[in-house]
Design a protein. Structure first.
Length: 277
């Protein structure tokens, strides 16, 4: 039964449009958005979700927007066990997560699989702002890279990435490095065939380091939030950064990989980059 229909039966006095239509499942945690008028009923809603989905152990409510240096969304447990830690299975990989300390979007699963499918055997891949490590691990699981490096500033996310790497013992050629992505990329002593800038807000600040780390003829994946119809602006940002670094931008493919509010898309720009003569 759809969540809204379930809740309608228990809260007939509430306008159905104000009831949540569903939730995100992360491991054994349901993450739900509730309008302010449902605050008094939040515990009852949590109990109903748990009763309808026995495989879940926790219900958490979104309490605000993603914010701060580490891009963490505030959550409050409204049902089940008092924890935000879980093990989430995605694309054949086990991911250790703490939703109270790291950013993770289950809605990006398809996009992570898409990027992994683009990686050719023997490629060297760098993921800037890799969080708890889902993309590097999924690339290693589904491709045959020579090396995948994930760089993350958040120490909690870095430790979770290392834990996930140990849990997925068959995955090789993955390294996780803690630190500022731009600074670390500059000192790795490697040039990469593919560089992914995951940060959707402010990622343009990482473009110089990403381009310096990208080998000639490599591919840059750059994420950004843009209003519908304004996707070309993101390509202009990458083109400007390429000119500044003496690089030449090839034909850009823009992929819409999420909706982040009314009229706002998360886009990924797949950018082939060559050095100029």
């Amino acid at each position: 039964m759809q969540l809204r229909h379930l809740l309608q039966a228990h809260f007939p006095e509430v306008n159905p449009a104000r009831l949540p239509g569903g939730f995100d499942r992360v491991g054994d945690i349901a993450v739900v958005s509730l309008t302010p008028e449902l605050t008094a009923q939040e515990r009852a809603i949590g109990a109903l979700i748990l009763a309808a989905h026995p495989q879940l152990r926790v219900v958490a409510r979104r309490m605000g927007e993603v914010a701060g240096t580490y891009r963490i969304r505030p959550l409050a447990v409204i049902g089940g066990e008092e924890r935000l830690t879980t093990v989430h299975r995605e694309n054949g990989v086990s991911l250790h997560l703490d939703l109270g300390q790291v950013y993770f979007s289950v809605r990006m699963a398809h996009e992570r699989a898409r990027i992994a499918a683009l990686v050719a055997p023997g490629e060297r891949v760098a993921v800037l702002c890799s969080g708890a490590g889902p993309l590097p691990l999924i690339i290693a699981r589904h491709s045959r890279p020579r090396l995948v490096v994930g760089i993350e500033l958040n120490p909690a996310a870095h430790q979770l990435a290392l834990l996930s790497l140990r849990a997925n013992r068959r995955l090789r050629r993955v390294r996780f490095v803690e630190g500022d992505a731009a600074a670390v990329a500059a000192h790795l002593g490697e040039r990469f065939d593919r560089v992914v800038v995951v940060l959707p807000h402010g990622g343009e600040t990482l473009l110089p380091a990403a381009l310096d780390a990208l080998a000639p003829g490599g591919t840059l994946h750059f994420y950004a939030m843009r209003r519908c119809g304004d996707e070309g602006n993101a390509a202009a940002v990458v083109e400007h950064a390429c000119r500044e670094r003496g690089r030449r931008l090839g034909a850009v493919a823009t992929v819409v990989c999420g909706h982040c509010g009314p009229g706002v898309h998360r886009v990924c720009l797949d950018c082939p980059v060559d050095t100029t003569a």
